[in-house]
Design a protein around this ligand. Sequence first.
Ligand code: NAD
Ligand SMILES: O=C(O)C(=O)C[C@@H](O)[C@H](O)[C@H](O)COP(=O)(O)O
Ligand code: ZN
Length: 363
Amino acid sequence: MRELTIETPDQSYPVYVGEGALSKLTELFAGPLKGTTKLLVIADELVASLHSEALQQALPPQLSCEWLTVPNGEAAKTFSSFENCLTFALEKGLDRKSCILAFGGGATGDLAGYVAASYMRGISFIQIPTTILAHDSAVGGKTAINHPLGKNMIGHFHQPAAVVFDTRFLQTLPEQQVRSGFAEVIKHALIADPAFLAELKANVKSFKDLSADFLAYCLEKGIQIKGEIVGKDVKEQGVRAYLNFGHTYGHALEAKLGYGRITHGEAVAAGMVFALHVSERKAGLSFDLKEFIVWLKGLGYPLDLNNGLPFEELYTLMARDKKTIGETIRFVLLQEVGRPVMKEMSRQELEEADRFMREEAAV
Ligand SMILES: NC(=O)c1ccc[n+]([C@@H]2O[C@H](COP(=O)([O-])OP(=O)(O)OC[C@H]3O[C@@H](n4cnc5c(N)ncnc54)[C@H](O)[C@@H]3O)[C@@H](O)[C@H]2O)c1
Ligand SMILES: O=C(O)C(=O)C[C@@H](O)[C@H](O)[C@H](O)COP(=O)(O)O
Ligand SMILES: [Zn+2]
């Protein structure tokens, strides 16, 4: 197990990552979180059915603990689910010294983090992620639920007190979720580290033979890259937006197709191909996009997600992206691998890239 630290100007917190990380929970409640009155575990229902015993055994026995399961996956990030969590917390008498434990993937983490950010104007929470993708979502304090008109539109920045990432949970992840999580690993490599991208391409030809050691290395790398960026710009006034590479188009696909119909990582993978294509035209990127697409397809990423979707509707959704200022849609592009830049996009440029996805990337 490794300990990484996320340092922001206002706070710093540990990320424990590796086999057995759960054992850190007792230390946390004897140390920085001493004085906690009550725990509330908000758990993905599927994750609870697979792994609740392991978490139960790792919790400090002296603390009273309530459990609430929420729908698995994206269905957790709704207004009604948010309200249920708050009602449950009130009924069970959580106070300002209580602590929420988010147990599941990014969807549960985003929901539970938002509940923690909102309850009594903010109580502490710990992320206990169970997916590969959550090496991204559990770090950095973005919490949110979805709105039918846009992904993650309602939320807060609220940093966890700690991230306890026990990689033993990953053993039960289905391949589609491994693929989804790896899209964010690839994103971290693309925006920050060409050598890491080369390692990924050389070592990951299929998700079936991914070694536990290489996976652990990828998770640490991703967390380090993300942590460094978040530390410079917690509330996304500047460089943090680079972590949104591939997300403007990706989020539009997720919203249009219906949250949870495709995985977040699948949407981001398509969004990255879209953004790389634009980067070649607009940001001077020199990149073998064809080879990259072949690699992604070989790994099973579907790149035809816009099939049958009118561009007009994707455009409306992209225009509502959080990076949009006034009428101007802004995209994160790459000048080189590891050198992102923000650019304003015209409707014509977006339409051309959407056509590229339909006619070239997908075939
Ligand atoms: N806050 C952030 O910075 C941030 C970053 C990236 C993504 N996100 C958000 O995270 C969400 C995606 O997260 P995710 O990919 O973890 O998806 P998820 O939470 O929807 O989980 C995916 C599926 O895997 C199942 N699952 C989770 N852990 C499992 C395990 N150990 N074994 C078997 N099944 C398991 C879940 O029940 C679910 O069906 C999206 O909503 C996305 O917007 C947030
Ligand atoms: O942490 C960030 O900043 C990111 O952009 C990470 C993304 O992978 C993540 O999907 C995030 O939730 C997207 O943020 P949003 O502000 O576009 O909703
Ligand atoms: Zn993401």
